[in-house]
Design a protein around this ligand. Structure first.
Ligand code: ADP
Ligand code: MG
Length: 253
C-alpha cells in the first residue's frame, strides 16, 4: 500500500529572546565561567543560582557587554550580539539592569530617574514615567528625591527606571540582598508581577535558593563556573544531581 505524505509546514517557533552559547571566561589562567549555555523566552524568569564566587556576576556582565568572553556567543531574538570578533556595544543591547548597589541618581527627582533612559517627546516620556510609578505604587513621590524614600521604595523606583525603556532583557544581580527580610518577600512578589506584565526575558542572579524558588520559572544551578543542573524549581530542588547540590540547598536553610 502506498503511503501518502503530506507536506509538513515549517516549524514557526521563533528564536528565543536571549540565547547564550558556550560562554567561557578566564581570569589569570583560571576558568571562572566554563562553557555556559542558556535560553530565555520573553515573560520567563530564569534564575542563575549558586554559591558566592561561582561565576554568576561574570556571566551577567558578559551578557550586559561590560565584560568580554574568551569564547562563546550571545544572541538576542535570533541576532548575534557578541562573539569573539563582533560586538554590539552595551548601550545598544536594549538591556535593563538592576544590581544591589545600583543606586538612583541622587540629584535627579524620582521622575527624572525613571525618565533617564527614555527617548521621545516630553509627553510620551511623562506618560511612561507615570504609568510605571503607578504600577510600583509610588506615583505620589513623582516629584520627590531618592533620599526621601525608604530602601524598598528606592528599589521599586530602580525597577521602574530599568523597565521604562522596555528592555528586551532584564539582568538582575542580587537585587534584593540590600533589603531587610521584612520587606523582601513583598518586593520580590511585586517585582515579579511587574516583570511578567512587561513581557521581558529575565535573568536573575542569586545565591539564595529561597529567592530562586519564589521567583524562577527555571533555575540554572551553577557551581565552579559550570551549570550543573537546569530545570523547573521544584525538580532542581527535589532531585539534586550530586552531593554538592544537596549541601548547597541544605546549608542555605
Ligand atoms: P559570583 O557572582 O557567583 O559570586 P563572580 O562572577 O563575581 O562570582 O566571580 C567568579 C570568580 O571570578 C571569583 O573567583 C572572582 O574572584 C573572579 N573574578 C571576577 N571578576 C574578576 C576580575 N575582573 N579579575 C579577576 N578575577 C575576577
Ligand atoms: Mg556576584
Amino acid at each position: 500500500m502506498e503511503h501518502v505524505r503530506t507536506a509538513q509546514p515549517a516549524p514557526t517557533r521563533s528564536a528565543p529572546r536571549l540565547e547564550i552559547r558556550n560562554l567561557t571566561r578566564r581570569f589569570h589562567g583560571r576558568t571562572v565561567v566554563d562553557d555556559v549555555s542558556l535560553m530565555i523566552e520573553p515573560g520567563q524568569v530564569t534564575c542563575l543560582l549558586g554559591p558566592s564566587g561561582c561565576g554568576k556576576s561574570t556571566t551577567l556582565r558578559m551578557i550586559a557587554g561590560v565584560e568580554m568572553q574568551d569564547s562563546g556567543e550571545i544572541w538576542v531574538d535570533g541576532k548575534l550580539v557578541c562573539d569573539t570578533v563582533f560586538r554590539v556595544p552595551p548601550e545598544r543591547r536594549e538591556i535593563g539592569l538592576m544590581f544591589q548597589d545600583f543606586a538612583l541618581f541622587p540629584h535627579l527627582s524620582v521622575a527624572g530617574n525613571v525618565a533617564y533612559g527614555l527617548t521621545g517627546s516630553r509627553d510620551d516620556k511623562r506618560a511612561r514615567v507615570e504609568e510605571l510609578l503607578r504600577r510600583v505604587d509610588l506615583l505620589q513621590f513623582i516629584d520627590g528625591y531618592p533620599h526621601q524614600l525608604s530602601g524598598g521604595e528606592q528599589q521599586r523606583v530602580a525597577l521602574a527606571r530599568a523597565l521604562a525603556p522596555r528592555p528586551r532583557i532584564m539582568l538582575m544581580d542580587e537585587p534584593f540582598s540590600g533589603l531587610d527580610n521584612r520587606l523582601r518577600d513583598g518586593i520580590r512578589d511585586e517585582t515579579l508581577t511587574l516583570l511578567k506584565e512587561e513581557d521581558t526575558a529575565v535573568l536573575l542572579v542569586t545565591h539564595e535558593p529561597e529567592e530562586a524558588m519564589r521567583m524562577a520559572d527555571e533555575i540554572a544551578l551553577m557551581r565552579d563556573g559550570r551549570i550543573v543542573q537546569q530545570g523547573a524549581p521544584y525538580n532542581v530542588y527535589t532531585r539534586p544531581v550530586d552531593r554538592a547540590s544537596v549541601s548547597f540547598f541544605s546549608d542555605a536553610n
